[in-house]
Design a protein around this ligand. Structure first.
Ligand code: ATP
Ligand code: DNN
Ligand code: MG
Length: 203
C-alpha cells in the first residue's frame, strides 16, 4: 500500500524540507507542498536534493510569494487560502506532503495547516530541532496531535545530539525516533542519500 506522510515541525525553518527530501529519496516517493508561502518554493529545493528518477514533484496547492503565515500572506496577496481550495494530487506512489511552519499555523480564521494532514488521512512525522526550549515545543506539538487523534508515525531530531532532551521527549511522547539529522556543513544530494539509507529500514 502506498504511504501518505505529512511532515510537520515544531516551528518554521526547522528542516522539514530537508527531511522531506530524505524521505522522498528513501521511498522514491512523490512530493507535494499544499501551501507555499515565500520564495524560493520548497518544491524547487526538493528538486535539487532528490536523486532518484521515480519521485514526482507535484505543483503546489496554493502559491504565495510573501514569507509569512499563510493566513497573512493570503490576505496581503488577496488570495483565498482555505482547505476547500486544496486538492490532493493524483498518484499511485508514496506521497510526502510538507506542511508550512508548525501544526497550528493558520490558513485562515478557522483552519490550520494540520487540517491538511487530517483531510488527506496522512500519517504525521514531527521534525524536532534540538535547542534549549525544544522539549516544550516538541511535547506541546505532540500532545496536541495525539489529543486530537491525529496519527503520528514518529519523531525526527535535527541538530547536535542532546541525549537528555531526546530521551525525555521519547519517553513522555511514547513515540519512536525515526532519524537523527546532524548539523551538516552543507546539505547536498550526497547528505540526502546518506540519511535516506539510514531511514529506509525504519519506515
Ligand atoms: N541538518 C541540517 N544541517 C545543516 N543545515 C540544515 C539542516 N537542516 C536544515 N538545514 C538548513 O536550514 C534551513 C531551513 O531548513 P528547511 O528549509 O528544511 O526548513 P523548513 O522547516 O522546511 O522551513 P519552512 O517552514 O520554510 O518550510 C535551510 O537552509 C536548510 O538547508
Ligand atoms: C515563511 C516561512 N518560511 C513559512 N513558509 C511559513 C511559516 C509560518 C509561521 C507562522 C508562525 O508560526 O508564526
Ligand atoms: Mg520547508
Amino acid at each position: 500500500m502506498a504511504h501518505r506522510f505529512f511532515v510537520t515541525a515544531i516551528g518554521t525553518d526547522s528542516g522539514k524540507t530537508v527531511f522531506s527530501a530524505i524521505l522522498c529519496e528513501a521511498l522514491k516517493a512523490d512530493y507535494w507542498k499544499p501551501i507555499q508561502a515565500g520564495l524560493p518554493g520548497d518544491t524547487d529545493t526538493i528538486r535539487t536534493l532528490v536523486s532518484n528518477k521515480k519521485s514526482h514533484f507535484h505543483e503546489e496547492g496554493i502559491k504565495l510569494t510573501t514569507p509569512a503565515s499563510p493566513h497573512a500572506a493570503g490576505k496581503k496577496e488577496e488570495v483565498e487560502v482555505s482547505l476547500q481550495r486544496i486538492e490532493l494530487p493524483e498518484t499511485e506512489n508514496h506521497l510526502v506532503i510538507e506542511g508550512a511552519g508548525g501544526v497550528l499555523v493558520p490558513l485562515n480564521d478557522d483552519e490550520n495547516v494540520i487540517d491538511i494532514a487530517i483531510k488527506f488521512d496522512a500519517e504525521v512525522i514531527v521534525v524536532s530541532n534540538l535547542y534549549l526550549g525544544s522539549i516544550n515545543h516538541t511535547l506541546l506539538t505532540i500532545e496536541w496531535l495525539l489529543k486530537n487523534q491525529v496519527p503520528v508515525r514518529g519523531i525526527v531530531f535535527v541538530g547536535d545530539p542532546n541525549p537528555e532532551s531526546q530521551e525525555i521527549i521519547l519517553k513522555r511522547s511514547g513515540l519512536e525516533e525515526l532519524l537523527h539529522i546532524y548539523n551538516e556543513e552543507k546539505i547536498t544530494k550526497k547528505e540526502i542519500k546518506k540519511y535516506a539509507d539510514r531511514i529506509r529500514e525504519k519506515i
